[in-house]
Design a protein around this ligand. Sequence first.
Ligand code: LLP
Length: 419
Amino acid sequence: MHEFNFKNRRLYCEGVEVEELAEKYGTPLYVYSYHTLIDHFLKLQNAFLTVSPLICYSVKANSNLAILKSLVDKGAGLDIVSGGELKRALKVGCPGKKIVYASVGKTDKEIEEAIKAGILLFNVESEPELANINRIAAKLRKKVKVALRINPDVEPKTHKFITTGKLTNKFGIDFKAAEKILYSRSNFPSVIISGLHLHIGSQITESSPYMAAFSKISFFIRKLKNSGINLEYLNIGGGLGIVYNNETPQTAQLYAKKVLPILKETGLKIIMEPGRFIIGNAGILVVKVLYNKDNPLKKFIIVDGGMNDLIRPALYDAYHNIVPVKQSGRKSQVTSRKCDVVGPICESGDFFAKGRVLPQVKEGEYLAVMSAGAYGFSMSSNYNSRRRAAEVMVVKDKVFLVRKREEYEDLYRNEIVPA
Ligand code: LLP
């Protein structure tokens, strides 16, 4: 469900026509719907009401300050993975006590800054990292709360690049090693191991992988309790899948119904870290058609956005629905063609769609690449010395520019030519 809808054959974001936005702000342009964003957050919050979880939005999905601020104002916490994301979290006024910090490679500086910010929990991914946090906490004369990130070795049934909860992945600590750490916790006097964390992957559309992972961890928690180790938090990660094409992902309600009995059994305070579920369908990428180019084998629509703006198709062969922002007539009257939608970048992997049947579009018309809110702008780059796109947020009939398009000077601002 989202607030990108056609009215009189024109695509609107909430109360604003997308073509108007493209004309005013230029393309490629990211457009976000404030109400879709908040709606998705509230859906999850309502579904889990009985355990009143701390929902820490996963900043990596889309780290624009306006998006973070909108969610923090509604009570969300934030899930961060770097010093940069910590800075963003603090910049929008997220209380330290609502920040959780994962990442297999936290540096000393990042650990120190996070301790000073008084974050709620480090999600610790290895024993050497735990020892390092303990050392830095001791130096700062602080006692720091951590959760051990467990790698439960379950198959999340998603793309292999976004699978994280198998032992072939670099993430988390296996149960045996975690148990060993917990029994030897007195070796780490400046940390309090007060929780467990897991995140098994992303774009997970079924509840069975979650059930498998949560059952395993619940069993582990019981075992620990029996040996006198009591924890406070269970962080169940993110990963909830959304509709890109014809998937039928579990709804928040259905997910909650399935997993709540297992979660309640643990008696722990629940934290979760959704990213895509909240922002994925709250954003689109608008691009302009530059050229229609046919060769004897193929038809191409060349647009002004590329893999530097949205890398998901190139990286994961991900499907994004693509629609002209203006529908030109009755379906029966429109000529459709099978084509590739490609960008201007000098790589054959620079495509948004392959072999897609689309209505014939003219040069200068705009296309919307749907479901681009998550891992769109946040994974964008300056490849081919392209300026990163502008971003706008729509709130009913109001439009806010939430990131200016980069200037050419931004491209080489930090470069130095030796004399
Ligand atoms: N927590 C942790 C520890 C994570 O690593 C992630 C995502 C999340 C939460 C949020 O997951 P979500 O709810 O958004 O699925 N670039 C890929 C997705 C990478 C996900 C990385 N970790 C994509 O475009 O599909």
